[in-house]
Design a protein around this ligand. Structure first.
Ligand code: FE2
Length: 174
């Protein structure tokens, strides 16, 4: 780690059953996620599984219409065999998520969390974060504004194609 980004803490609140969609953080920080006041169910995936998770092209998030905790493998066959981590946080627990880690969260009880972000120590990873912000933030936003619905449909179709192609390759390397 290259030290905390103290000016950018983030607090999250959720009612019972509220969900945070499956994504990884766009600027590639390391994350310390501390939970308070209830329980939270979290599922994590290494970034090597990105394509198999139906990541939408030009974004850092997956298609939103599958249930990460209980996926429909017939509709989303590339999810079969994907290996992740399952975590249940209780009051006062802190979860460390390294840069690029995918996360999906469901509040079991109404509760809240605090995330502290940290840069990676290496210049190359910092540059990758800046590049990701540009590509997945600025470029994607511009394409959305210009092409609207047709862009959304195109990237959904492409996410399926990429996931199916990746499935044929087998388990990704680290
Ligand atoms: Fe996040």
């Amino acid at each position: 780690m290259g030290g905390f980004i103290e000016t950018m803490p983030a607090m999250f609140f959720g009612g019972s059953s509220a969900i945070t969609f499956l994504h990884y953080d766009i600027d590639l920080p390391h994350l310390f996620h501390t939970h308070f006041g209830g329980r939270k169910h979290i599922i994590l995936f290494d970034n090597k599984w990105k394509k198999r998770l139906y990541c939408l092209p030009n974004t850092t998030y997956a298609l939103e219409d599958y249930d990460v905790a209980n996926p429909d493998f017939e509709k989303f066959p590339a999810l079969m065999g994907v290996e992740g981590y399952e975590v249940f946080l209780e009051h006062g627990d802190t979860l460390f998520m390294p840069t690029g880690m995918w996360h999906w969260m469901r509040y079991i009880d109404g509760s809240f969390s605090l995330t502290l972000r940290a840069w990676d120590q290496s210049i190359s990873r910092k540059m990758a974060g800046v590049w990701s912000l540009f590509m997945h933030g600025a470029v994607d936003s511009v394409l959305k504004v210009i092409f609207k619905g047709s862009y959304a449909k195109w990237r959904e179709k492409l996410a399926f194609k990429i996931a199916e192609k990746e499935l044929k390759k087998g388990k990704p390397r680290n």
